[in-house]
Every structure is written in C-alpha cells, then in structure tokens.
Design a protein around this ligand. Structure first.
Ligand code: PLP
Length: 384
C-alpha cells in the first residue's frame, strides 16, 4: 500500500517506540510516587518536557502535556479565555479545526463570549484587513492556525499576532499540521500559546502538548490531583510524553537560529509540485485547493469536478493500493461538503469532489499521479 494520508496520522516510528518501551514495561512508575520507580518516571517526564520545549525554542515550564492536539486546542481557547476574559470577544477563522471552533462555541453558549470568524481568500489565506477591523480593545483571544489540515495553506500568523498584540489580545496558534514541515517558533510568531500533536510526526495517537508563554494565566479544564503544575490533572502518560519528545525531536532540530524542520522539506515540496503538475495536466477540470506556494511541503489537495471525492478515494484504494483522504478525516462520515472548502469560495457540489494527498517523504509522491488520473477517469466514466 502507498500511504498518502500523513495529515490524518502517521505510524509510530521505531525509535519512538523503543524510547517509550521501558516506560510501558519495567519502568512503569507513577511520576508522583516517592520511590525509585516513581523517580525514574518523573525524571523521564521532565526530560520529555524539556525536549518538547527545545524543539520549539521554549522553556520546559511553558509546556503542558496533553492527550493530543484536540485537548491542547481546548485548553488554549477555553483556558486562556476563562483566565483572561477581558471583553469576552473571540476572533478565529472559518477554516480552523473543529477543536478550536467548537471550543469557541462552548464559550459563546455557556460563558457569554462573542465570536467573530475571519474569512479567507480563494487560496485559504486569512483576511488581514478584516482582522485589523475585528480585533479590538474588547478582544480576549485570537486563534489562527499555522497550517490548515485540509488545504495545506500556511497562514501569516506573525502578522495576525502583531495586530492582536497591539490591541492587547492574546494569540493562540494550532501548529498541529505545521510541526516538522515549517518553522514552529512561538517567539518568532509572537503568539502566547501553541498546540502540538504527536501522531502527525510518528508519536502515538493521544500524545500532544500546549506551549503557553511564561506568565500568561491559564484556567485548567481537568481538575484533580494537580499534575502538570495544576494545569492538567491526571496521572501523566509518561510513555506518550517520551514518545512525543522523541518524535518531535527527530522532526525538528534546534539550530542556533531557532527550530528548523529536519526532514527533506525542499525535496518533498519538489516531489509534491511534480505530482500536482502531473495530475493537473492529465485530469481536465481538476484544480489544486489551497495556496500554490504558501503551503505545507507534503500536502497536495484537489477538486476533481464531475466525480465524488469518496468514489475517487475508494477507487484509489481498491484498484491502486493508495490510501488518501477525501477532505478531512476528522469530519469523515459526514456527507456535508467541507466548511473549509466552502470558506475558500468553492461551490458545495465541487467541494464534494475533494481529495487530499499528504506525504512525509518525496518517494511517496513519485509515480502516484498516473494512478490518480486513472481513478478520476474511471469515476467520471461511470458518472457520465
Ligand atoms: N488541529 C489540526 C489542524 C489537526 O489537523 C488535528 C488533527 O487532525 C487536530 C488539531 C487534532 O489533533 P489530535 O488528533 O491530536 O487530537
């Protein structure tokens, strides 16, 4: 099978599993226990925290370990807004992950917040003029993702953050898809909080972290024994933390100039561009969704008018052994066209023809275009 769905998830890397193994077996202690086993676990947890922090150029005390990107987004949005309510005004974008959008909705429904959604242009880039107009003295929090999962567009987060900071608002970015692909440096971005997830870069599902700038108040969502400096109670998942640290460290290198993706980013983007070119030149009417250049290096997403994205996906799996995604896997099972594609101004019928191909290595894209074009033709000939 050719796996072209790394934006949905990735397998646990061997070295990550090896790093985790001791903490699932012999070194199984609870980090809060006072005996030797507890000590070993506690030291491993703190080493993992320090490694995650180093990978984003931050301090260990700024990292809250979570059960993944969804929890990190919820903790950022609800935790920052409840601890610093200001004028109870939230600003986010139409193309955020549901973890951010639903967390905002929760604050609107139960805590008296207002929420404004920023539009994006046809390439999925957030509207800075509108941001300038909407972010004001009342604004509590602005949340803009660093890279979009469905269309791969990388957002001008530093520009939005500068606008927000000038008006005294806090800024969060969801960097779940960006880690290992673009520079993820909260200081350079000028944000106050940044979400990470492990399973997009070779750590297990259910691992993640929220970076929160030192000194910024955060209200916990999970109450209990006071772990994670009282910000996230519950016995820590030491193995997941160790896995997250190992995976993020191998995806991101700390260089004197700050964190940098370690992988073959240019080669990956070149292989992706060749794949996109080959698909578009042989599949009439097909078009790329998202920004043609300001996009994640391993991300190619298309609409194939005259097909159904689901049918192309099934054909690719059955006839060509290719695993990809029709729109976002997180919204899979729903027949509704993707809100993200609608926000880009794509017609709802055309949005139903979306297929996404995402890869971590240039070889994954090589030679795949022919199969995609054949699958698209097969669906079109059945439909027509
Ligand atoms: N944010 C983005 C942009 C994502 O793509 C995802 C997952 O696909 C998440 C958040 C949720 O992360 P997790 O699956 O770790 O809960």
């Amino acid at each position: 099978m050719r796996y072209l769905d790394t934006a949905a998830t990735t397998p646990v890397r061997r070295e990550v599993l090896e790093a985790m193994w001791p903490f699932l077996t012999g070194e199984f202690g609870n980090p809060s226990s006072r005996h030797g086993l507890g000590d070993v676990a506690s030291r491993a947890l703190e080493r993992a925290r320090a490694d995650v922090a180093a990978a984003v150029g931050a301090r260990p005390a700024e990292i809250v370990l979570t059960s993944g990107g969804t929890e990190a987004d919820n903790l950022a949005v609800k935790g920052l807004a409840l601890a610093n309510p200001r004028g109870r005004h939230l600003v986010t974008t139409r193309i955020e992950h549901p973890a951010v959008l639903e967390a905002c909705d929760h604050l609107v429904r139960l805590h008296g917040f207002r929420r404004d959604l920023l539009d994006v242009d046809g390439d999925g880039v957030v509207d800075l003029t509108q941001a300038e107009r909407l972010i004001g003295a009342e604004t509590t929090l602005v949340s803009v993702m660093l890279a979009n999962n469905e269309v791969g567009t990388v957002q001008p987060v530093a520009e939005v953050a500068a606008l927000a900071r000038a008006r005294g608002a806090l800024v969060h970015t969801d960097a779940v898809q960006a880690v290992g692909s673009v520079v993820v440096d909260p200081t350079q971005l000028g944000v106050d909080a940044l979400s990470l997830s492990g399973h997009k870069v070779g750590a297990p599902k259910g691992s993640g972290a929220l970076w929160v700038r030192r000194g910024v108040p955060l209200e916990p969502l999970i109450h209990g024994g006071g772990q994670e400096r009282g910000l996230r109670s519950g016995t820590e998942n030491v193995a997941a933390a160790v896995g997250l640290a190992a995976a993020i460290t191998s995806a991101v290198g700390s260089t004197p100039g700050g964190p940098r993706p370690r992988g073959p980013v240019e080669a990956l983007a070149a292989a992706r561009d060749a794949f996109v070119h080959d698909v578009l030149s042989a599949a009439p009417g097909a078009f790329l969704t998202g920004h043609p250049r300001r996009r994640l290096p391993g991300h190619a997403s298309f609409c194939f008018p005259g097909t159904s994205g689901e049918a192309v996906l099934l054909g690719l799996e059955q006839d060509h052994g290719i695993a990809c995604s029709s729109g976002s896997a997180c919204a899979a099972g729903s027949d509704e066209p993707s809100e993200v594609l609608l926000a880009l101004g794509i017609d709802p019928e055309v949005a139903r023809t979306a297929v996404r191909f995402t890869a971590a290595s240039p070889a994954d894209f090589e030679g795949a275009a022919g199969a995609v074009v054949t699958a698209v033709r097969a669906v079109r000939s059945l439909a027509g």
